[in-house]
Design a protein around this ligand. Structure first.
Ligand code: NAP
Length: 247
C-alpha cells in the first residue's frame, strides 16, 4: 500500500487522530502537508516526519474560513504540482445541552466540522480532476448514527459529513476520484481526555472489543482507503469503533 510519489493534505494534523494519519501516510511514502490551527503543532509534526526520513510541509490555517483555505491551497499548490489525497480531519467538540447551546458554539462547530469539509474538498477537486485521480477521506463519527445528549450539533455536523460524502462521491466517481468517510468510535485523544474515569468506564463497558481505540487504529484505515488498493471503494462510511455500533 505504498503512497510513494503522492501528495497528501491532512487537516487538523497537529494532534490526535490527524497527527497519526499524517505520520502513517508519510511512513507509507507520501509527501504530507500538515495543517493545524496552531503553527507550533503543525511544525512539531513536520519535524517528527522529517526525523522519520519522510517529506512534509507545515501549513497552519483556520480551515473554517474560506479565505484561509484559499491561501492554504495556494501555498500548497505553489510547492507541489498535484494533490492526490485530502483527509478532512479537523474538528472540534463543544458538548452543550440544547437549552444551553449558544449561537456562537453552534456556528463554530458547523463551520469547523462541516463547512471546512466543503471548502477543502472544493479546492482539492480542481487539481484532482486535472490528474483524473484522487482520494478524499472525511472523518465523521459514530455520533452521526446514535447521537448523544449534549451533542446535537456535533452529531449533526458528523451526519452532514456522511451526506456530503455520498453526494460528492457520485459527482466525481467518473473522474477517478473516490470520496469516503471514516467514523471513529471512542478514541483516546485530547478530545476525549476531559471525560471522567466513570464516563470512560461506562463507555468502555459498551464496546464489544472491550477497550478504547487509538489514533493509530484510525490512521491504518485511512492509509488503506488512500491507497491504490481501495480504488473501487467510494461513497462509503467505514466505522472504526471496536464493534460499538453493532450493539
Ligand atoms: P483533537 O485531538 O482535539 O485534535 C483536533 C485537531 O483539529 C487539532 O490538531 C486542531 O489544531 C485541529 N483544528 C481544530 N480547529 C481547527 C481549525 N479551525 N483549523 C485548523 N485545524 C483545526 O481531536 P481528535 O480526537 O484527534 O479528532 C480528530 C477528528 O476525529 C475530529 O474531526 C473529531 O470530531 C473526530 N472524531 C474523534 C473521536 C475521538 O474519540 N477522539 C471520535 C470520533 C470522531 P491545533 O492542534 O492547532 O489545536
Amino acid at each position: 500500500m505504498t503512497l510513494q510519489g503522492k501528495t497528501a493534505l491532512v487537516t487538523g494534523a497537529g494532534r490526535g487522530i490527524g497527527r497519526a494519519i499524517a505520520l502513517k501516510l508519510a511512513r507509507n511514502g507520501a509527501f504530507v502537508a500538515v495543517n493545524s490551527y496552531s503553527s507550533q503543532n503543525a511544525d512539531a509534526v513536520v519535524a517528527e516526519i522529517h526525523a522519520l526520513g519522510g517529506q512534509a510541509l507545515a501549513l497552519s490555517a483556520d480551515i473554517s474560513s474560506s479565505d484561509s483555505v484559499t491561501k492554504l491551497f495556494d501555498a500548497l499548490l505553489a510547492q507541489r504540482e498535484r494533490l492526490d489525497i485530502l483527509v478532512n480531519n479537523a474538528g472540534i467538540l463543544r458538548d452543550r445541552l440544547l437549552l444551553r447551546m449558544s449561537d456562537e458554539d453552534w456556528n463554530a462547530m458547523i463551520d469547523t466540522n462541516l463547512k471546512s469539509v466543503f471548502l477543502c474538498t472544493r479546492a482539492a477537486i480542481k487539481p484532482m480532476l486535472r490528474a483524473r485521480c484522487g482520494r478524499i477521506i472525511n472523518i465523521s463519527s459514530i455520533a452521526a448514527f446514535n447521537g448523544n445528549p449534549g451533542q446535537a450539533c456535533y452529531a449533526a455536523t458528523k451526519a452532514g459529513i456522511i451526506g456530503f460524502t455520498r453526494s460528492a462521491s457520485r459527482e466525481v466517481a467518473k473522474h477517478g476520484i473516490t470520496v469516503n468517510a471514516v467514523a471513529p468510535g471512542f478514541i483516546e485523544t485530547d478530545m476525549t481526555a476531559g471525560l471522567s474515569d466513570k464516563q470512560k468506564a461506562k463507555l468502555i463497558s459498551c464496546i464489544p472489543a472491550g477497550f478504547p481505540g487509538t489514533a493509530q487504529d484510525v490512521a491504518e484505515t485511512v492509509a488503506f482507503i488512500a491507497s491504490d488498493a481501495a480504488r473501487y471503494i467510494t461513497g462509503q462510511v467505514i466505522t472504526v469503533d471496536g464493534g460499538l455500533t453493532t450493539v
